[in-house]
Write a protein that binds this ligand. Structure first.
Ligand code: AMP
Ligand code: MG
Length: 352
């Protein structure tokens, strides 16, 4: 039953990849060769499309880079740096790579900027819920209370020379699941760019990265998922862009149901429960996919008003927030010609 759910999640992710890429590929008037590859990595399905004479080779190198990131940051590999940090929680500092240092440092920065709604030490509470695994269940309040006082991310200590990380309490657990895919997207784009690719689109399980423009010099076009119809792959709207990343956090991505209640994978660190505040999907548009990923999770937890206020306070970052009252809320910097509402399920509101 749970296995079926996992397979269903994979199918949704695959449909999502296909949906996003089919919205933007189409026949290209340019004669540039195209390469397209799909691989399961980082617990999701990654699809990448690149244009140029060396596109095939460049994509192989970009995927290889994601493999390196997975080896360092996966919670599911016992030998990863993140797993070692968790095994040594409350004991010792662990030597880490510059990659892991950078991602933890960024995670701490976003935790501080978002009042801890993005919280990289939430791993034990995420583990209690087990959402997306065979052990998904509703934990008791007692179990949640055991870990809730240990979400102080200031107790995750980094050093730079040498690079090390330490969790000061054995009740803390590092989880980079809300930011590592973003970093992997940035790194894929960097590797492609360094290998001469100027036009590519990547989809890491719903995290989209646009490198340059389409080969015919027009903007990329992607679908923003209708969070109420993920299995049918319907879109709520269409967004155009170039050289940017678009990352969505949604309750439809991973969840289980018990007694007709849906429990999803984005946890409110203030309660230890899946965040319930009216948001059903939050999409962030930013040049850095690492930033967009951390902020998509934070805005989901912050709620509409605080989430939009945060986005409006940050330069060059935009948001599309969908609420359970069927409204699509757009931050003020998204030009009208870049976002088009496509579903009659929703009405549209732009922040001023
Ligand atoms: P995302 O899909 O980017 O919003 O990330 C969700 C994943 O990040 C979950 O599957 C958890 O592993 C982890 N997570 C859940 N809640 C939080 C939170 N409030 N802050 C940071 N990571 C979280
Ligand atoms: Mg995220």
């Amino acid at each position: 039953m749970k296995y079926i759910k996992y397979k269903k999640t994979c199918l949704i992710l695959f449909l999502l990849s296909t949906l996003i890429l089919s919205a933007c590929s189409g026949p290209s008037p340019s004669m540039l060769p195209r390469s397209r590859k799909t691989k399961p990595l980082l617990g999701t399905i990654i699809t990448a499309e690149a244009y140029g004479p060396d596109a095939d080779k460049a994509l192989d190198l970009a995927f290889k880079r994601v493999g390196e990131i997975e080896d360092k940051m996966s919670q599911y590999l016992e030998t990863s740096e993140v797993s070692l940090i968790n095994q040594m929680a409350g004991q010792e500092a662990v030597p880490i790579s510059e990659d892991t240092y950078f991602v933890i440092k960024s995670a701490l920065d976003y935790a501080r900027k978002t009042d801890g709604t993005f919280n990289p030490v939430i791993g034990n509470i995420v583990g209690l819920w087990g959402i997306g695994t065979d052990n998904a269940r509703v934990p008791s309040q007692g179990e949640i209370d055991k870990f809730l006082p240990y979400l102080d991310y200031d107790q995750l200590v980094l050093t730079k020379k040498p690079y090390t990380a330490k969790l000061k309490s054995d009740k803390m657990k590092l989880d980079l699941g809300a930011i590592a895919k973003g970093y992997a997207g940035d790194e894929m784009a960097r590797v492609l760019s360094e290998n001469g690719i100027t036009s590519a689109i990547l989809n890491l399980g719903g995290n989209v990265v646009m490198l340059g423009k389409k080969p015919d010099n027009s903007l990329w076009t992607i679908g923003i998922q209708n969070p109420n119809e993920p299995e049918r792959g319907e879109i709520a709207g269409i967004l155009k862009g170039k050289n940017t990343s678009v990352v969505t956090s949604g309750s439809y991505e991973r969840f289980f149901e018990q007694d007709n209640v849906r429990y999803h994978h984005i946890i409110d660190p203030y309660t230890g429960y899946p965040s319930e505040n009216g948001i059903i999907s939050s999409t962030i548009i930013a040049e850095s996919s690492t930033k967009a990923d951390a902020l998509s999770t934070a805005v989901y937890v912050l709620g509409l008003k605080k989430g939009l206020d945060l986005i409006e306070s940050l330069a060059n970052i935009e948001a599309i927030i969908i609420t359970d009252d069927h409204n699509v809320h757009i931050s003020s910097g998204i030009d009208d010609d870049l976002f088009t509402l496509k579903s009659e399920d929703f009405s549209y509101e732009k922040s001023r």
